[in-house]
Design a protein around this ligand. Structure first.
Ligand SMILES: [Fe+2]
Ligand SMILES: [Fe+2]
Length: 275
């Protein structure tokens, strides 16, 4: 995660050009300890206060950045009125699956914030197709599939790891493990892990949710159905893990997540997602 828009918690005294984050952090801690251990020195106290103010400003900037990303994802959802809190549940399911496979915390945080944007490309799909109550014609279906490519294009060449991941997820969340997905018919582990995870939780949440063309399935029926997709649509290792964490999945399923509590939940102690 080389790129930072701004310094983050634990990295208050960011100095451009420093080679090692660890080294920098150590030096900063030392500097602050020195400040704290001095008797009364007005200038040093002012400096300490300035550091604290700077850290608070950075925290607020990061929070508003994350909030804007989520609200942007919600803008895409507005075009697809059936989906409700879908993007937020996707993030929660994906986070649980990522934790269960032992993904690194930084990567989990990136997935957490990038996964809500998986369908952002739907902004570019005409409403007459997106909101059509009946079955799509083959031509309309081809247009619908383009939401993956449109989404990827929206984040093209971003220097932010978070937005880069959002583009990758947009591009790959309809690829299938057996190579029959779209837009690139990628196969197996050639599909990035973020795309494989979002593919699984996207299917799961779609089938347990009511849509204009179908009733919602029960939790049990949906879990069983996911098993039938192992190895064809979905990564078998992920399907196995998803069943192993069934209790956590159910907790997300039963929670009534809104954007307000979604953002509030993630405020404290969020590791640096590299944005
Ligand atoms: Fe999609
Ligand atoms: Fe989705």
């Amino acid at each position: 995660m080389g790129y930072r828009l701004w310094p983050v918690k634990g990295n208050m005294g960011y100095i451009p050009g420093r080679s090692s984050k660890k080294e920098t952090a150590k030096e900063e801690t030392g500097a602050l300890e020195a400040i704290e251990s001095k008797p009364v020195d007005l200038d040093l106290l002012k400096l300490k206060k300035a550091y604290e103010d700077l850290e608070e400003t950075h925290r607020q900037l990061r929070e508003s950045h994350i909030e804007m990303i989520l609200r942007l994802a919600l803008a895409a959802e507005c075009k697809d009125p059936d989906t409700g809190g879908h993007i937020l549940r996707i993030s929660d399911y994906a986070t649980e699956a990522a934790k269960a496979i032992g993904m690194a915390p930084d990567q989990i945080e990136i997935l957490r914030y990038a996964s809500p944007m998986h369908d952002i490309g739907k902004i570019g799909i005409p409403d007459r197709i997106l909101q059509k109550p009946g079955k799509l014609t083959p031509e309309e279906w081809e247009i619908m599939k383009q939401h993956t490519v449109i989404g990827a294009r929206m984040f093209l060449n971003s220097r932010s790891p978070l937005l880069g991941a959002a583009g990758q997820i947009a591009q790959t969340h309809h690829e299938k493990f057996d190579g029959t997905g779209y837009p690139n018919a990628m196969r197996g582990e050639a599909i990035p892990i973020y795309g494989r995870i979002v593919a699984m939780v996207d299917v799961f949440d779609a089938i347990v949710s009511k849509r204009c063309y179908k009733e919602k399935w029960s939790f049990k029926k949906a879990m069983d159905y996911i098993l039938t997709l192992s190895g064809n649509h979905l990564d078998p290792k992920l399907v196995k893990v998803f069943h192993q964490i069934e209790k956590k999945v159910r907790r997300v399923y039963e929670a009534n997540v809104t954007i307000e509590n979604f953002i509030a939940d993630f405020k404290p102690n969020v590791p640096d997602p590299g944005i």
